[in-house]
Design a protein around this ligand. Structure first.
Ligand SMILES: *Cc1c(COP(=O)(O)O)cnc(C)c1O
Length: 405
């Protein structure tokens, strides 16, 4: 009789988004004439830029003739794309990263979730708290996280690094030594970034204790401040202790067409074994899940025309972020994020939980956001709003919120 992987059963269901869905449905049934504004969206809403669409059309046409047809993509991804990424995202920023250290994939979610497979089963993980749930969930399924405590919302074998207003949302070095450290910068949901000096502390620590930093830079394109590095490889020493994840989703709107990449430096070694050569064997596959058409589309993200167009999209979302940030400030809230990330993180008024505030905002203003407790135990008492709506709706939502005070 076959047995299932019981670690999957430990994963608490997607309580957060199903509960939000139920509450919103109940509210709209009770108030059919009220227009609900969603500021909890975790997906982009602007269409793909014209330069990207043109590149996709051209690539589709290539697939129609014998001379230019493409089958399975090469293992690491097409060289034209890896060379362009290595140059524009890394070498032009002074990072020593080569094209053969870049692995194209179908998105950062898969890479963030799958990377743990190349490390030992008894590796201990450390995560920022609150954070994007994929890091913990994928380790739960791999059986690394111990037992779940419902009362505290924590796993017994995970090292949590609380990021709260008290420490400026900057994680402190853990007291227990981890093997794998997940850093999400800019952070989803808090919008926090690390300066060069702050990141150097992490790189030095990881090299000292022999840990690997798994650096999720999915929101790199939103970084606006000069002292915030765009890549961990801008920091000296990172080549021996870090892996970086990038995505085309939030900067260029690829959430529906899927594309991302992982950077695994050849200097990252356990004894003689390069993590690079293990990742090259991932899932035993010979291809990477990213179609030729989409890899060609990604080339347009790096063209002058494409760069100008996607810059406009990021600016659109960041105008929303500013409207949310300023509006909440005006309404008297304690507000964070929104400067280097499309996320605004606010402190829920004293005496309310994240869910109380969710209900309050929905019932009084018809605005939907995301309770902070859904991103980890230290997210309790906070609330996330996102900049991915339309400008008109965003402004309208803030007008409603301001009227409540
Ligand atoms: C959206 C998101 C991703 C997922 O990116 P995809 O490339 O669409 O899979 C990864 N990390 C964080 C922090 C995200 O918010």
């Amino acid at each position: 009789m076959f047995q299932v992987n019981e670690n999957y059963l430990k994963l608490p269901g997607s309580y957060l988004f199903s509960t939000i869905g139920k509450k919103v449905k109940a509210y709209s049934e009770a108030n059919p004439d009220k227009i609900i504004i969603r500021l909890g969206i975790g997906d982009v809403t602007q269409p793909l830029a014209p330069a990207i669409i043109q590149a996709m059309h051209d690539a589709v046409d290539e697939m129609a003739s014998k001379e230019t047809f493409h089958g399975y993509a090469p293992d690491l991804g097409y060289e034209f794309l890896r060379t362009t990424i290595a140059k524009q995202d890394y070498q032009d920023r002074g990072c020593k990263i080569e094209a053969d250290e870049i692995f194209i994939s179908d998105g950062a979610k898969s890479d963030c979730g799958n990377m743990q497979e190349v490390f030992a089963a008894d590796s201990r993980i450390a995560v920022c708290d609150p954070v994007y749930p994929v890091y913990v969930d994928s380790n739960v399924m791999a059986g690394r996280t111990g037992e779940y405590d419902e009362a505290t919302g924590t796993w017994s074998n995970v090292i949590y690094m609380p990021c709260t207003a008290e420490n400026g949302f900057v994680p402190e070095l853990p007291k227990e030594t981890p093997d794998l450290i997940y850093l999400c910068v800019p952070n989803n949901p808090t919008g926090t970034t690390l300066t060069r000096d702050q990141l150097k502390v992490w790189v030095d620590y990881a090299n000292k204790v022999g840990a690997v930093i798994l650096y999720d830079a999915a929101y790199e394109a939103y970084i606006a401040q000069d002292d915030v590095p765009h890549s961990i490889f801008e920091i000296e020493g990172a080549r021996t202790c870090a892996i970086e994840f990038r995505s085309f989703s939030k900067n260029a709107g690829f959430t529906g067409v899927r594309l991302g990449f992982a950077v695994v430096p050849k200097d990252l070694k356990c004894g003689d074994v390069m993590v690079h050569s293990l990742w090259a064997r991932r899932h035993g596959t010979k291809f990477n899940g990213a179609p030729y058409i989409i890899q060609k589309a990604a080339m347009a993200v790096y063209s002058e025309e494409g760069k100008a167009q996607i810059k406009g999209q990021v600016a659109y979302y960041m105008r929303n972020a500013k409207a949310i940030y300023d509006g909440l400030k005006e309404a008297g809230y304690e507000v964070y994020g929104g400067v280097n990330a499309p996320y605004i993180w606010l402190k829920v008024p004293e005496g309310k939980t994240s869910w109380d505030f969710f209900d309050y905002l929905l019932e009084k203003a018809g605005v939907v956001g995301t309770p902070g407790s859904g991103f980890g135990p230290s997210g309790e008492g906070y609330f996330r709003l996102t900049a991915f709506g339309t400008y008109e709706n965003t402004v309208a939502a803030l007008e409603r919120i301001k009227k409540l005070v």
